[in-house]
Design a protein around this ligand. Structure first.
Ligand SMILES: Nc1ncnc2c1ncn2[C@@H]1O[C@H](COP(=O)(O)OP(=O)(O)OP(=O)(O)O)[C@@H](O)[C@H]1O
Ligand SMILES: [Mg+2]
Length: 507
């Protein structure tokens, strides 16, 4: 029957309140391979995997593991039968230790007691195997998001599963950790594990995949050997048409100096030192650099979210006080943070609330009542402009796919109508098609005279939409270049300018 495949998914259908999101989807995974599952935001990737893992019950369709039909009733059941999964959203008990989190629900016991020593030793052994350098006794809330993600990956591996699903595992990992993960995946492949890999990062897909399956709008589109694929082919399968260009034309025209930043230094580690630059009105300024270069800290410092040691900010030549985020917002700054999914979402509230909450003041009339009509109109406009995939604005944000949640949060900051917009990794987790729409929104804002800073780790994105690029290295500015005149090599070299030999310890 299906013995040639380790895992076989046949004709799975799934609806949420009458809306069909999976329509006869099939997927076949061979042992010892990495199979990438691709598709636009909302295509149904996570839902399919959640049906497999027993989180959702499919309406119809079958699953086979090594030829045997099965149907997991819950995640515990799936784990016991050799299927494990790293979720797109982290779901951890942050007040507990690393080893507590890994062995949660299956603590080793000694008589009636939890065998703490065994738990510690097992965690150490697991970490050694995966080359992770963390103390198992550390509480999760002491870790960075990327370290927590690595713990989650280690946990998935610890079940000695036959099939491991990784749903956007690298979205918050540092470059070094991504390499570690890829090494782990190679080891697992050699052991015969089948890996389902979900990511919107094309470079990764070509680096790790053996095969690729594409979903579009809940339909199965096709499966191909990676050797027969190009990026254009994949994009075409994903969006169902040729994608004209990856970037809209840069139609914004930078004008006079809008903001001047002088001697910006932060007091606490990770420090930034003596950052000086000018931002022109209507300009899109990119910020490049390696992880740990201080890019996020720099925009946080501008936004009043970090304590300054020195530094002055001028708007149109006038000094302003941005010593708290509240003051920064009053000075018409907005910051889209890197970890928006962690910090930015009100999960049980609907899209309208999540879109308008940061700007709620502007929706009140003189008597202090909310103007419902305007909130609805603005939300609909965001849904349209960013092609947010949802039945309507009353849907709870929790019910949106991961990438569509991101779009709502981006829309929220755009609706505050800021003068200076600070965007930290604005397209993380967003599919290739929707990226174009977000680039277009950014360029349109710049055309309207808004000045924008874009921190990004994606070089094509920086080269594609910015006017100038400021490169940071080890907390300092190592150069500012005109985008049209620079090269990737020049930016890489500037990124390494102030690196000393002591490489920052990651994980
Ligand atoms: N619990 C739910 N209730 C209602 N609708 C849901 C629920 N979960 C998912 N959906 C809908 O199902 C569709 C598929 O979502 P899914 O999360 O599978 O997409 P995805 O391919 O993983 O996208 P992304 O790349 O953004 O993570 C979306 O339209 C989403 O809004
Ligand atoms: Mg998803």
């Amino acid at each position: 029957m299906h013995e040639e495949y380790l895992l076989s998914i046949k004709d799975v259908c799934k609806s949420f309140s009458g809306v069909k999101v999976l329509k006869n989807v099939c997927l076949n995974i061979k042992a010892g391979t990495v199979h990438s599952l691709m598709g636009e935001n909302g295509a149904g990737k996570s839902t399919l995997m959640k049906c497999l893992f027993g989180i959702y019950k499919q309406d119809s369709g079958e699953f086979f593991l090594e030829g045997e039909a099965f149907n997991f009733t819950d995640p515990k059941h799936a784990l016991e039968h050799g299927v494990s999964m790293v979720h797109q959203e982290l779901n951890q008990v942050t007040k507990r230790t690393i080893s507590d989190n890994i062995w949660l629900g299956r603590y080793p016991t000694k008589g009636p007691f939890v065998d703490e020593k065994k738990m510690y030793n097992d965690t150490m052994a697991l970490f050694q195997r995966l080359n992770i350098h963390l103390d198992p006794r550390t509480r999760l809330d002491k870790l960075s998001v990327s370290q927590r993600q690595m713990v989650e990956i280690a946990k998935a591996v610890s079940y000695d599963a036959k099939v491991i699903v990784l749903d956007e595992p690298t979205s918050s990992l540092t470059a070094h950790e991504v390499e570690m993960l890829f090494d782990i995946m190679k080891v697992l492949k050699n052991e015969g594990v089948g890996i389902v890999y979900i990511s919107h990062k094309m470079e990764e897909i070509f680096e790790v995949s053996d095969e690729v399956t594409v979903l579009r709008d809940g339909f199965y589109i096709g499966t191909e050997d990676i050797k027969n694929l190009t990026m254009e082919k994949i994009v075409n399968m994903m969006v169902g048409r040729e994608l004209e260009d990856r970037f809209p034309p840069k139609e914004n025209k930078p004008g006079d100096v809008h903001m001047t930043v002088k001697n910006l230094s932060t007091r606490y580690a990770p420090e930034i030192q003596d950052v000086n630059f000018e931002l022109r009105r209507g300009e899109i300024l990119g910020v490049a650099g390696l992880v740990g270069a201080g890019r996020t800290e720099m925009v946080e410092a501008l936004f009043g979210a970090r304590t300054l040691r020195t530094g002055e900010i001028f708007i149109d030549g006038k000094k302003i006080d941005n010593s708290s985020p509240h003051k920064a917002i009053n000075n018409r700054f907005a910051l889209l943070t890197e970890e928006r999914r962690e910090t930015g979402i009100y999960p049980v509230a609907d899209i309208t609330f999540n879109s308008t909450i940061s700007n709620i003041k502007s929706y009140k009339n003189k008597a202090g009542f909310l103007i419902d009509r305007k909130m609805k109109d603005d939300t609909d406009e965001q849904i349209r402009a960013m092609r947010i995939k949802t039945p309507n604005r009353r849907e709870k944000i929790r019910a949106l796919s991961g990438g569509n949640q991101q779009k709502v949060i981006i829309g929220r900051w755009l609706l505050t109508d800021p003068d200076i917009l600070l965007l930290d990794e604005p397209t993380r987790g967003i599919d290739v098609g929707a990226k174009y729409e977000i680039y277009q929104l950014i360029i349109n804002l710049a055309k309207r005279g808004k000045s924008i800073i874009v921190v990004s780790s994606e070089m094509p994105e920086l080269l594609g939409i910015t006017n100038r690029i400021m490169v940071m290295s080890n907390g300092r500015v190592s150069g500012i270049v005109n985008t049209d005149e620079t090269t990737q090599t020049e930016i890489f070299n500037l990124s390494a300018k102030y690196l000393n030999n002591t490489r920052e310890a990651e994980v």
